[in-house]
Every structure is written in C-alpha cells, then in structure tokens.
Design a protein around this ligand. Structure first.
Ligand SMILES: O=C(O)CCC(=O)C(=O)O
Ligand SMILES: [Fe+2]
Length: 203
C-alpha cells in the first residue's frame, strides 16, 4: 500500500489562483496542507473499509440521513474513499470540498491538535460570500465550530458550503481517518487540480 505525501498551497476552492486577485479576494489567499493520503485504488480488495464503502445499504442510509433525493458514491478512482494520515505538524488548510457531501470515520485521533474546525454554511449555492470568507482567512474566529476528536466518530458534513480545516497536529500520535465521498450525481469526479494535489497523479 502506498501513501502519497502532499505539502503544498492551494486556495479554499481548489481552483487556479488568479494572477490578478486583489488582496482581499479569497481566490488569491493561499492555504497550506500537508498530509499523507492512501487513494481508493490503493485500498486492498479485502479491506473492511472497501467492503463498508461499497455496501449499498450504508450509502442509502447516509443519503436518507442527509435527506437527499438522489445520492451516490463518488465516482472518482482516487478520492471515492481514501485514508488520510496527519503526522506531527501536518494540517489541512481551510477549504470548501469539491464534493457535495463527505463522511469521515475517525480511526485514530491525536493527543493534541488535528482538530476539525468549520464555519457552518459560510457560502451557499446562491452566494460566494467572499467578504466573510476573506475575514475568516484573515483570522476571524466568528462562528467557528470544533468537532469532537474521538476514535470511531462518524461525521457527516456538507463540506461544499461550510468552510473547514484540520488544525496542525501537535503531538506525536498520527491522526488517521477515512474520508468517504458522495454526490447527488451518479458520475461525479474530482477535478484534476485536487487529484494532483492530494494523490500526486490524475486519472
Ligand atoms: O480529515 C478530516 O477530518 C476532514 C477531511 C477533509 O476535510 C477533506 O478531506 O476534504
Ligand atoms: Fe474537506
């Protein structure tokens, strides 16, 4: 099994950085992410995680819990269901997910740091809310929510609209979690910028 190490910068949208972005334009504000990722196509056939992610009743259950009229597993060869490892000093910078929904399963939390923080519905389908996004990227903590960092926690979130991050891991214990991705559309995939950033390759 191979884990790919990312240590890179990106904007909160995982899109190209516009060269002419104004100082207060979140599209130009660089975030830092460093972690190891095991891609979906690297997870063994016999892995329990593969069995669980591919199990239709779980997909149906999560879709119903999220009140989704249509709900599918993510059709991405690398990012459908992956495992993230955050070693000491690693973090995931502020971002909006490309996928509509994600489910994470905390396999091993840290002793210190490595916390999941988010701003609930900071943008919406009708509004990018650039000003409030920029304020948070400049350090405003207004409305921040921190999730519990317990082993076995299954979290459901709509990361496309709620900006979130994983704070730097402070202790020596590696943070390990599985990320299960889903979409309203049957054939949804990551963009190539995101694939390259987190897996070091595109499909
Ligand atoms: O590791 C986490 O808790 C969140 C992961 C995440 O936000 C992502 O993979 O997009
Ligand atoms: Fe995310």
């Amino acid at each position: 099994m191979h884990a790919y190490r990312t240590d890179d910068t990106h904007n909160v949208y995982f899109e190209e950085i516009p060269e002419d972005a104004a100082a207060d334009d979140p599209r130009g504000m660089l975030q830092h992410s460093a972690k190891l990722t095991i891609a979906w196509d690297e997870i063994a056939e016999e892995s329990a995680l593969r069995t669980v992610y591919n199990w239709d009743p779980l997909t149906d259950f999560i879709g119903q819990a999220l009140e989704m009229p249509s709900f599918y597993r993510y059709d991405d060869a690398l990012g459908a269901c992956s495992v993230a490892l955050f070693e000491q000093g690693d973090e995931l910078g502020w971002h909006f997910d490309r996928s509509h929904f994600a489910v994470t399963l905390m396999l091993q939390p840290t002793d210190e740091g490595g916390e999941y923080e988010y701003f609930h519905m900071l943008r919406s389908p009708g509004s990018e809310n650039h000003e409030e996004v920029a304020a948070r990227l400049n350090g405003s903590r207004s409305g921040v929510i921190t999730l519990q960092n317990e082993p076995g926690t299954l979290s459901f979130f709509r990361g496309r609209y709620s900006m979130h991050r994983v704070t730097p891991v402070a202790g020596e214990k590696t943070r390990v979690n599985a990320v299960l991705a889903y979409s309203e559309k049957p054939d949804d995939k990551m963009n190539s910028i995101t694939q390259k950033l987190f897996y070091g390759r595109t499909t």
